[in-house]
Design a protein around this ligand. Sequence first.
Ligand code: IMP
Length: 189
Amino acid sequence: MTQTTQQTPPYIPADTMEVLLSHEQIHKRIAEIGAQITKDYAGESIVLVGVLKGAAIFLSDLARQIKVDATFDFVAVSSYGKGTRSSGAVKLIKDLDNSIEGKNIIIVEDILDTGLTLNFLRKLMLQHHPKTMRIATFLDKPSRRIQQIEADYVCFSIPNHFVIGYGMDYAERYRNVDDVRLMPEDPHA
Ligand code: IMP
């Protein structure tokens, strides 16, 4: 039997990395986006569809700023290899738990980068015939787009730099970091 061994990169403490977005900036902006969604969906119900694992923290904070009838569902996709992000293949590894047919859904994503993941999810969700579908992303890196797609709600547009924290990982680490920081070595490079 053959076994594959995965090399774990050395741990770089997050507090040695430069802060791109502080906790305060993040929470102020999420309150604004939550208020906008509350206004846009007044009198309606929505399903927030979080993309695991990266969007879990954003969804949890955003949802608490939305004051209309809301439920959660989650999907998970595997994109790229471990650590590096280059293959471009996107695969669904966890489907929705409940039907979204006839519902207002908002796909909640951590970061819109090349656009491959959200394009894949958008097409998949449309096959389930929601009443309306929008996209909310915490971060947007428009300069890295390979497939044309825009989010309806964007908390921050950032330059082309690999970031960690606030749900976003490098090799599964740093999701618990309470602000957004710049990785000193860009895994995209
Ligand atoms: P896309 O399919 O290239 O748009 O990539 C979306 C996914 O790539 C995100 O949901 C993240 O999981 C991951 N990703 C892209 N850029 C970064 C980054 O700077 N830090 C952490 N994850 C990233």
